[in-house]
Design a protein. Structure first.
Length: 73
């Protein structure tokens, strides 16, 4: 892929909902460049890992915040 193709690829993936859809199309579509397909799969995997990490943090801090409330009625 040329530099200009990577430029537009990165630009389009920066658009919130469009980027996820394009990553799915490029990662699992049959007409994509092999390099772009592998990059899209790796990017989707990173999104999954980071989202999972944030969900775990949200659960931990949410539960600790709720437990700090006590029963002072």
């Amino acid at each position: 892929m040329r530099t200009s193709e990577w430029f537009w690829t990165l630009f389009l993936t920066a658009i919130p909902l469009v980027g996820i859809i394009l990553l799915l199309i490029w990662g699992f579509g049959s007409s994509s460049n092999l390099n772009k397909s592998n990059w899209a799969k790796a990017t989707l995997l990173w999104i999954l890992v980071i989202t999972s990490f944030y969900v775990v943090l949200l659960i931990i801090f949410g539960l600790s915040f709720l437990s700090m409330g006590g029963n002072d009625y």
